[in-house]
Design a protein around this ligand. Structure first.
Ligand code: LLP
Length: 432
């Protein structure tokens, strides 16, 4: 059962979803900020309860806008960025640069320079070129930069191949099995431009069991110990799975995090270490379940004995995940959420491509053109991966909290779409 009001409309944190659609237009990304805050607090509470030093760093690639950086900051959460663009957005949002970390396998000189000049807290160094560039930049700017070294742990988590990042055949991090990680440690620990604080490894995304996280945490501790080093920080990345449909059975966040804490407490005791600060980088689990996308239903196509297609006014430009990963979502009829489902349909978008699907197959009430359909749990990697395919403007983003709503990203217009285009004026009468 979905939350509704007197008009029997779907509500999102006490705001009428149909009203939101008419106020801001569709497609529309809507985030329940109460839910985001609850998740952020829940992550922190687990560490507080276990009484271990920690940092929760929101992996902002999942959804990077000024507004979310501001919420994270209010909640005492750090953030991880993976590009100059995310870094810029965070700084524009007024985010404390000391609370930012910077991941990525091919950070450019300009990006690293910007990060150091902004006074970024931690750079998570991924490769030998970066060690060299960052050392030069630190020298130029006369800073000693806090860094972690990113390791490819050689652990493959059970998830889609394209979103799994921890296996040995990976573009990310220093390879452990061939001695590259140790070579990086030797360089980093001897370079006076660096303050080497610890190790990082991320095993993948949308993961449903704790074993990969336990193995990863243990491996990072064992690795440091084998180098005779007591790290200040162990960063185990993100990847905690969420429920998109009833086929997904994620564990509560506390299970993953408790397992990581238990493992590292054990290692600290075994190696007689001061308890290292544990860093986690959740992205999807923070914003995914809190976001939904509202669409207006348009055309339908019924192929007898085969399929009913319901088309909406958005699609792969605002949510590429079904097309890219065969991801599944659940939809709800926002103007009548709790009436019985009657027909099995496929919800398709408006893009000129057959793979442009939002919901592969779901039983829904009979819909009509003009109905408002909400696709649930689109808060992570939806807006973040949106495009202007077919020259469709990207939707607006609205935050709701306690019965109030606020536009946090304006809807793109056709003017934005063509703003960077330039006329072509060279002639076809070539002289050469
Ligand atoms: N830390 C690092 C180093 C990462 O590479 C990632 C995700 C995260 C943290 C956050 O993982 P999360 O908690 O969100 O699972 N576009 C794909 C997901 C790619 C994830 C890449 N790295 C999708 O839509 O499923």
């Amino acid at each position: 059962n979905y939350p509704t009001n007197e008009q029997n409309h779907l509500t999102i944190d006490h705001v009428d979803a149909v009203d939101l659609a008419s106020t801001y237009g569709t497609p529309l990304y809507v985030y329940d900020v109460t839910k985001i805050r609850q998740t952020m607090r829940a992550f922190k509470a687990i560490f507080e309860k276990e009484n271990v030093p920690y940092i929760v760093s929101y992996a902002s690639k999942a959804f990077a806008t000024k507004a979310i950086y501001q919420v994270a900051q209010q909640e005492g959460i750090h953030a991880d960025v993976v590009s100059g663009g995310e870094l810029y957005t965070a700084i524009q949002a007024g985010f404390n640069p000391k609370h930012l970390s910077f991941n990525g396998n091919n950070k450019s000189w300009d990006e690293l320079m910007m990060a150091v000049q902004q006074g970024i807290g931690t750079v998570i160094v991924d490769n030998f070129l970066e060690l060299q560039l960052l050392s030069e930049i630190a020298e130029k700017c006369q800073v000693v930069q806090d860094i972690l070294l990113r390791i490819s742990p050689g652990i493959s988590a059970h998830t889609h191949e394209f979103i799994s990042t921890g296996q040995q055949d990976s573009k990310f991090g220093f390879d452990l099995l061939t001695g590259q990680a140790k070579a990086a440690y030797d360089i980093a620990s001897q370079d006076s431009h660096f303050h080497l604080r610890g190790l990082h490894a991320h095993i993948g995304s949308q993961i449903f069991d704790v074993t990969g996280f336990e193995k990863n945490a243990a491996l990072l501790a064992d690795t440091a110990q084998s180098w005779g080093w007591q790290p200040d920080i162990i960063n185990v990345g993100g990847g905690f799975g969420i429920r998109y449909t009833d086929d997904d059975e994620p564990l509560p966040e506390s299970d993953y995090v408790s397992a990581i804490i238990r493992t590292l407490k054990g290692k600290a005791a075994e190696y007689d270490w001061k308890m290292p600060e544990i860093w986690i980088e959740p992205g999807r689990s923070v914003v995914g379940p809190a976001g939904q996308t509202l669409y207006t239903v348009g055309a339908r196509k019924d192929i007898p004995d085969m399929r009913h297609y319901i088309a909406v006014d958005g699609g792969m430009g605002d949510n590429i995940r079904p097309a890219l990963y065969e991801a599944n979502y659940e939809a709800v009829l926002a103007n009548q959420p709790n009436i019985p489902a009657q027909e099995v349909v496929r919800v398709a978008g408006k893009y000129c491509e057959s793979g442009d699907v939002l919901v592969w197959q779901q039983k829904l009430p009979k819909t009509q053109a003009g109905d408002i359909l909400s696709v649930l749990a689109t808060g992570a990697y939806g807006y973040a991966m949106a495009s202007n395919y077919n020259r469709n403007p990207r939707p607006a983003v609205v935050f709701v909290e306690n019965g109030q709503h606020q536009l946090v990203v304006a809807r793109e217009t056709y003017e934005h779409i063509a703003a960077l285009d330039r006329d072509y004026t060279l002639s076809a009468n070539m002289t050469h």
